[in-house]
Write a protein that binds this ligand. Structure first.
Ligand code: SAH
Length: 344
């Protein structure tokens, strides 16, 4: 079976090109075509001889994705793409415009196995992991479509990135590579529901990306109700891993806390959260829950959100309320793939 050349890291590509008996500069040329220019075929690699292109195409394929649908928010210019993969599966990517540049939110899997109760991504089931090249191709098609340069990446689309570890790591190394998109590690954020052993693997990579933990509850009883992953690795194990992460990388850890009316938004919950996070170099992002029809969750009131924030701040915990972008285009959490699989 042919291998995806776009999913190889720079080092792996160098090794494979050396094994083919080719000079080292060829690997760099090919890498640039794939990652800096985002070509979808060997034929576009015009500084490489026809014969070599042909023999490469016998061993490898170039992973790619295409834009199926595009939704542009009238409120804030957020763009959401429904993206089709070569096997007919669908994923989503979102482009958000901030003062400092464009951020892309990419998917890492087709569907998700994690089963979080408030999230739309698991509703349509898990199909497969994305290849590193398919994760990166989301950047290439969006950049081309909007004629922009993306400066920040968040792995917060469909899927659990740490459940597709090798592909996600190759993706991160490749977009960071100076021969590719050259996006700085500090501009890359990985969000996880808390696969603890993989957090230890990640800290051992010693890369200064931003780590975000989807916490959503201050105690195990509450967290296990909405996040099955908590039955495997509980909050204590998760926070210990975060402490180790901060010690090892010197990077602040972020926590996502989605506020759901009368579920996890009480002042007691806020105080319990403060106890949990005491002494940890961290930041808390409070997110009013997005209504997902099938999930039936209700947003916390503005007052409850403000109150929650104030309690965290009074206890010396860094916290902010996440601004919602693209709310008129279902720009969150697997909602488009869900719709597509419903109708097809
Ligand atoms: N699997 C990873 C990344 C994908 S989810 C993770 O769990 O972190 C990205 C973020 O969106 C997570 O914090 C997730 O908990 C949150 N999220 C999911 N559904 C949501 C909803 N309906 N409203 C608000 N945030 C939601």
């Amino acid at each position: 079976m042919k291998k995806d050349i776009k999913s190889l890291s720079f080092e792996q590509l160098n090794n494979e090109i050396a094994e083919l008996g080719l000079p080292r500069f060829r690997a760099k040329q090919i890498f640039e075509w794939l990652h800096k220019f985002g070509v979808d075929s060997f034929d576009e690699m015009t500084n490489i001889s026809k014969e070599l292109r042909k023999s490469l195409a016998e061993e490898y394929f170039v992973s790619s994705v295409i834009i199926e649908d595009k939704y542009v928010s009238k409120i804030d210019e957020t763009v959401k793409y429904l993206i089709r993969l070569n096997d007919g599966e669908y994923i989503e990517a979102v482009i958000m415009k901030y003062k400092y540049g464009y951020t892309i939110c990419v998917s890492s899997q087709v569907g998700c196995k994690m089963g979080c109760k408030f999230c739309a991504s698991t509703l349509a089931g898990f199909k497969r992991n994305l290849l590193a090249g398919e994760i990166e191709s989301q950047l290439h098609v969006a950049q081309r479509d909007l004629n922009i340069r993306i400066s920040n990446v968040v792995l917060m689309g469909i899927g659990e990135p740490l459940d597709n570890y090798d592909n996600v790591l190759n993706f991160i190394y490749n977009v960071n590579n100076e021969n590719g998109l050259n996006i700085s590690m500090r501009s890359i954020t990985l969000s996880t529901c808390g696969i603890v052993p993989k957090l230890y693997d990640l800290m051992n990579e010693e890369i200064p990306i931003t780590l975000t933990i989807s916490l959503h509850a201050p105690n195990d009883e509450l967290r296990s109700k909405t996040m099955p992953v908590n039955d495997k690795w509980n909050i204590e194990e998760l926070i210990s891993a975060c402490k180790a992460y901060v010690d090892k990388t010197g990077r602040r850890v972020s926590f996502e806390y989605t506020l759901i009316n009368r579920v996890n938004d009480s002042p007691e919950c806020a105080r319990e959260l403060c106890q949990r996070l005491k002494g940890l170099l961290c930041h808390v992002n409070l997110i009013p829950v997005n209504d997902v029809e099938e999930r039936g969750n209700v947003r916390s009131s503005d007052k409850a959100v403000e109150n929650f924030l104030q309690i965290l701040k009074n206890n010396g915990i860094n916290a902010t309320i996440r601004r919602t972008l693209g709310s008129d285009i279902n720009a969150s959490c697997g909602q488009l793939r869900r719709k597509k699989t419903e109708v097809s």
